[in-house]
Design a protein around this ligand. Structure first.
Ligand SMILES: Cc1ncc(COP(=O)(O)O)c(C=O)c1O
Length: 398
């Protein structure tokens, strides 16, 4: 492979977006795409949302960056707003999801360290998990394709099948610090944790003095129709990572924790030059302005139900391609039959029908539209998807 100006780590396709408007993206040649990928669950408010754009423009002209050595009125205000609508007592802002994961792993280890149990350093994580690409995060997943060639990895992780509560409980030993789990697995195949599984992990944490770390980087922030995916399970975590939707497209992430879980994270234990900068805080605050409007989350829930129903109606017409629907709210996945490859179907929809979706593990393709879609966008998606399914199908005999 010859080297390219951008390090060639992505299989970049021919779509080269240069402009976005609402739920649509436009390529270099002016071609239009219905964006039901949303930057992989990032553009929660779509592209060019007027409020987010205005707030960012104003903040750029006011103050972009100061060091974390100074007080942060912007950071305090956003952290407080997040605390007010979540389980958390404290927030560390990052620039990405994986940095939030790093902060979560460190917070869990420090918790047991300051409790006089430094041997409790291991996290039980789950097969097919995706937590990002740092050495810490690839150590927390068992997926060989992400780990090969990067050894030695960070020690201190045990891997168990997702949704296997018994297996997870059996792994607990004297070195266990807690569980790190996506409430709804995204990359791995859009599988939601079962009630029994997520609630069982919580119970085990309470019984054994462990920490429950939820990775809601993809499934949090309104994506499933509730502010946080954990609300579907009637539990709260001790630590949680968020990113993606939180900045609506601006690079922003956060590690949330209870006061108890964060008790080891004192001065000097962690930091980030850019984390929590005023521009990022403005983005986060603008997203929350919109998301906390009383109608916003009910709208996401309604659109999620509509989209799922539309998929359910469509699937029987193309049952040679589609197997089942997965996910929650506007975090949906369609598992494809073994005879087809979801990655090929995603490319076909993109290249021939102007519909953007994302491939995931277990032969699933992900549908992650902006949370602001309406019924017309759903109808358009179904039309393009049905046409795509028809033209993708092998010619029939009759
Ligand atoms: C569940 C989950 N965790 C972590 C990450 C990593 O986030 P980032 O790419 O912002 O580092 C992702 C990104 O796709 C994710 O979906």
């Amino acid at each position: 492979m010859t080297i390219t100006p951008l390090m060639p780590v992505y299989p970049r396709c021919a779509v080269r977006p240069v402009r976005g408007e609402g739920v649509y993206l436009y390529g270099e040649r002016g071609e239009q795409y219905l964006d039901f990928a949303a930057g992989i669950a990032v553009n929660a408010l779509g592209h060019g949302h007027p409020h987010l754009t205005k707030v960012l423009q104003d903040q750029v002209a006011t103050l972009m960056h100061v060091s974390n050595l100074y007080g942060s009125p912007q950071g305090e205000a956003l952290a407080q707003r997040i605390i007010d609508v979540s389980f958390a007592d404290t927030v560390f802002f990052t620039n990405s999801g994986v940095e939030a994961i790093e902060c979560a792993i460190k917070t869990a280890r420090r918790y047991h360290y300051v409790n006089g149990n430094p041997q409790r350093h291991k996290l039980i994580t789950f097969k097919n998990a995706f937590h990002g690409r740092s050495i810490g995060a690839i150590s927390a997943t068992d997926q060989a394709k992400m780990r090969d060639g990067f050894e030695p990895l960070l020690p201190g992780f045990d891997y168990v099948k997702f949704n296997d509560l018994e297996g997870a409980l059996a792994k607990i030993d004297g070195e266990t610090a807690g569980f790190l789990v996506e409430t709804v697995q995204g990359e791995g195949g859009m599988t939601a944790g079962t009630q029994e599984f997520i609630q069982g992990l919580r119970k085990a944490c309470d019984e054994h003095g462990l920490l429950l770390i939820l990775d809601e980087i993809q499934c949090g922030y309104g994506r499933t129709g509730k502010m946080w995916a954990y609300e579907h399970y009637g539990i709260t975590p001790d630590i949680m990572t968020v990113a993606k939707g939180i900045g609506g497209g601006f690079p922003l992430g956060a590690c949330l924790a209870t006061e108890e879980a964060a008790k080891g994270m004192v001065i000097g234990t962690h930091g980030s030059t850019y984390g929590g900068n005023p521009l990022a805080m403005a983005a986060g605050s603008a997203v929350l302005d919109v998301m906390l409007e009383p109608d916003f989350l009910p709208h996401v829930e309604k659109m999620g139900d509509r989209l799922r129903q539309a998929f359910e109606q469509m699937i029987p017409n193309h049952d040679h391609l589609f197997e089942e629907i997965r996910g929650k709210g506007l975090m949906l996945g369609i598992k494809m039959k073994d005879t087809v490859v979801s990655r090929d179907f995603v490319a076909h929809l993109r290249d021939n029908h102007g519909l953007l979706t994302v491939a995931a593990g277990e032969n699933v393709f992900r549908v992650l539209p902006p949370l602001v879609i309406n019924e017309d966008h759903i109808a358009e998606c179904i039309e393009r998807l049905s046409e795509g399914a028809r033209s993708f199908a092998p010619p029939s005999d009759d």
